[in-house]
Design a protein around this ligand. Structure first.
Ligand code: ATP
Length: 215
């Protein structure tokens, strides 16, 4: 499924953005299926805002966002729910784990929210790959931010998707753990022929991107 952004601008930020150069705001841009897109921008320039527009958590923008042929504003609640279960997955910047559930329960909830894509054993396999097996039984709320980030990444990989949205997904990880997480994400996207959109403050060398954009 291709994604098209047409002349999008956040209404609250419009006065500030009109004087800035951007590859995305107020532009026409297409993200082809299965491609890897990096969006780099300084703090406070709208990365989270843009990701929330794509996931339809916010709609205070002008312009249009098309997932395939459908303007996201025209999705019914049922279509949006199905879209989020089958077509797009997300790693939020603020992670949004349930603090009183264990790491495993947070991931398991996502696994069973639709016809499960993977057996339960995959949770342990991915946790081993990312080095968080020991905290799977621990409440997410007492896990370190780096551990929580890895839980959120595995949770996002538990469901089917054509696009994975990731908002500064490695901000609490050291280089070695980022390398491992990037390898797992690449493997999972390749299995699904899926694309991803990743935001970050700086350049990185963990992926080869098809599009490298500045917000
Ligand atoms: N609903 C809103 N109304 C008005 N301004 C908002 C709203 N939401 C966010 N902003 C402002 O929009 C700007 C961009 O915020 P956003 O969180 O998208 O930036 P960001 O690039 O993700 O930042 P960071 O890298 O620090 O996480 C900020 O100045 C923020 O205060």
């Amino acid at each position: 499924m291709q994604l098209q952004i047409q002349q999008v601008v956040p209404i609250p930020l419009k006065p500030n953005l009109l004087n800035r150069q951007s590859d995305i705001w107020l532009k026409g841009i297409t993200f082809l299926p299965g491609t890897r897109v990096k969006i780099k921008a300084a703090s406070g320039t709208g990365k989270t805002t843009f990701i929330h527009f794509l996931y339809h958590l916010r709609n205070d923008y002008e312009g249009n966002i098309f997932w395939g042929d459908t303007d996201i504003q025209n999705f019914t609640p049922a279509q949006l729910a199905q879209h989020r279960q089958q077509k797009i997955s997300i790693v939020f910047q603020d992670l949004r784990l349930f603090p009183n559930l264990t790491a495993r329960e947070n991931i398991e909830l996502k696994r069973v929210m639709q016809q499960p894509l993977y057996p339960e054993s995959t949770i342990k396999e991915m946790a081993e790959q990312l080095g968080i097996t020991k905290i799977l039984h621990q409440r997410a709320g007492i896990c370190s931010y780096g551990e929580q980030q890895r839980i959120a990444i595995i949770r996002a990989l538990m469901q089917p998707f054509e696009w994975l949205l990731m908002d500064e997904p490695f901000s609490h990880l050291d280089q070695e753990n980022t390398r491992k997480a990037a390898a797992l994400i690449t493997e999972e996207c390749n299995k699904r022929n899926a694309g991803f959109i990743l935001t970050d403050l700086d350049d990185d060398h963990y992926f080869t991107y098809h599009q490298n954009l500045v917000l």
